[in-house]
Design a protein around this ligand. Sequence first.
Ligand code: FES
Ligand SMILES: [Fe+2]
Length: 331
Amino acid sequence: MLQNKWYLICPSAELTNKILSQKILGEDIILFRTKSGKAAALEDRCCHRNVKLSLGYLKEETITCGYHGWEYDSDGACIKIPSQLPGTKIPPKALIKKYPVKEFNKWVWVFMGDEENAAKTDPPNIPEMNEWDFTYKTHVFEADLESAAESLIDPYHIKFTHRDSIKQLLGQIEEFPAEFRINILDDGIEGKYYRANTAALTEKAYFGSEPQLEVYYRFYYPNISRLESRFKERTLLILEHFMQVDENRIAMMQITLWKNIFNFFPPFGRWFMARKSNKIVNEDIALLRSQKGILDKTKDNLHEVSVKGDEISLAFRKYWRTKMREGGNES
Ligand code: FES
Ligand SMILES: [Fe+2]
C-alpha cells in the first residue's frame, strides 16, 4: 500500500463540523472541521478502551468519545477526562494519531504518513479543480489498483466499454493510426492524440464539427488519472483518484469537470453530468471487478497479450512499476 502520499478526500466546502469517516490503506480515520475553521484528521479510535471515535460527537474545537466522554483536540491530544477530579493531570500517553491535512485548490487532502514526510511533498497541482464547475462521486469496489489507474487513459476502451453512455461524443480513433505522443515526466506520464469527430449531429451542433478532436491524457503519480476532451470552445475533463481501501478494495473518486458547457443553467449541468458520470463509472467498475477476479486466480500464470494500440497502457505500467520498484513508499 502506498504510504507517505497525499490522498484526496472531498471539496473543502464539504468538510464541516460533522464527522466524516474514511478507510484508507486499511486505516480508519475521521475528518472534521473545527468551529474555528481548522481541518483535522485523526485515527478513528479512542485510546481509553479502543472504541470508534466516530461514534462520539463534535463540540466546537474538540471531539468527545461516545463511551466515557474523553475529549480530544484537533491534534489528537486528550484534553479532558470526565472521570478525573478537577486539577488531576491527564496521562501524557492519552494521545491518538493525527494525520497531516492540506487544503489545496479548494479540496481537502490527507497525508497517510507523518508530518516530516508530508512537508516534503505536495498533492498534484490541478488548478481546474478549483476553477471549473464539477460533480464527483466515490465508488468502493474490489479491483486491482494498477489496472484501475490505467483504465481512464486507455484510449480504445471508450467506444466499447462506454458504448451506451458516451456513445460517439468523444469520437473514434480506430479509423486512422493514432500517434500518442507519450511524454514521460518525473511525476507521471502525459500526451495527446486525436480522435475523428463522429459525434451525433445534435452533439456537433453544440460541441462543434471540426474533423478531429484533441484528447489530452495525464497520469499524476501516485493516484490521479486525467482525460481531457478538447472541443473547439468547450472542454470536458475527467479525473479519477484512486486509493487502496484495504487489501482487496479500492476507492475510485471520479470528478467530472467542464468548461463552457451548460453555461445557460449550471444546476442542470451538474445534475446531468452526475447522472452521466455515474453510468460511465459503473461501466468501468463492472469490467475492473471481473478483471480482479481473474487476476487473483491466475496470478503468475497470467496470459495477457498486448498490441501497438496499448502503447499508453504499457508506458503507464512501465512508469508505475519502476516507481514501485524504487520503493513506492518513499515520498
Ligand atoms: S472508551 Fe473512549 S472514553 Fe472510554
Ligand atoms: Fe472508462
